[in-house]
Design a protein around this ligand. Structure first.
Ligand code: ADE
Length: 268
């Protein structure tokens, strides 16, 4: 177990590099199981984004705000029934300590509004997000009524806890932050960001097992590549997710979203 997480409720999850020009997004992940998110936050893009100072992610152990000897954060439900319910007092105390006037408190839950790329884009503009992660049968309704700003669902299924859902949402947000991805174009070009599914991607070898990379991608003709990618994205979307096209504006600026890569494989 990470001692940094256990012993401190306010330490950044990563040592930070000097921040980029804009202020880093601050994310607090409030959970009674602080060991859960570590491996995800310590890997890949999420780790790099923290190291680069694009985002500060702090894991907050909810039990630090419990006052009894056993650091209790849950209790049996009024009215009876199975499972445990998360108590209001530790959550209220934690939020009093963590939130400021610009904070947005999010509780991932199956009852929430459906998460999507547009929501990720909106959340990426907030300066401070607090994710309250539910567990057990649920959270005392008064928390949701009085202390939480938004409930967000990641789909019509039930998870064992809110940490997983929070990490999904955080991942989708962080990759949108300037400087989080190595190639600034990546996030602007991918699925949903422009209202279409992504076009297919290929890398070397050009021929594997007789399975060929489309020849246009080997042509070096950037305009033809951009047109092909746009066509592929459109066809995929029409085939797999026609509902997305119904929401689409009639003309999508092709060149702005379907650049051919500025960094092609050096040999093919
Ligand atoms: N917690 C449990 N299930 C969830 C879901 N589908 N979305 C968000 N949070 C959840």
């Amino acid at each position: 177990m990470d001692s940094k997480i256990q012993n401190s409720s306010s330490q950044p999850h990563q040592t930070l590099a000097p921040p980029l020009s804009s202020k880093p997004l601050l994310i607090d992940l409030l959970t009674p199981f602080p060991e859960m998110p570590s491996s995800i936050l310590d890997s890949s893009i999420l780790k790099k984004a923290q190291t680069r100072g694009v985002v500060i992610i702090r894991i907050q152990n909810l039990r630090n705000w419990a006052t009894d000897r056993h650091r209790t954060v849950d209790d049996t439900p009024y009215g009876g029934g199975p499972g445990m319910v998360m108590k209001i007092e530790p959550i209220h105390r934690a939020l009093q300590d963590l939130r400021n006037p610009s904070s947005l408190v999010i509780c991932p839950s199956p009852q929430g509004a459906q998460f999507n790329q547009q929501k990720a884009t909106i959340l990426a503009r907030h300066p401070h997000l607090i994710f309250l992660c539910g567990h057990y049968e649920g959270i005392d309704q008064r928390v949701l009524d009085h202390l939480v700003d938004e409930e967000i669902s990641i789909g019509d299924y039930v998870l064992t806890n809110g940490v997983l859902a929070s990490l999904v949402i955080i991942d989708a947000i962080v990759r949108l932050l300037p400087g989080a991805l190595g190639d600034e174009l990546s996030a602007s070009q991918d699925s949903f960001q422009n209202g279409l599914l992504d076009y297919p991607h290929y890398t070397r070898p050009a021929n594997y097992n007789g399975w060929q990379v489309p020849s246009v991608l080997l042509s070096g003709n950037h305009a033809a590549i951009a047109a092909w990618r746009y066509q592929q994205a459109l066809e995929r979307t029409r085939h797999l997710r026609p509902d997305l096209l119904e929401k689409q504006s009639p003309s999508i600026p092709l060149q702005s979203v379907f650049h051919s890569t500025s960094n092609p494989p050096s040999s093919i």
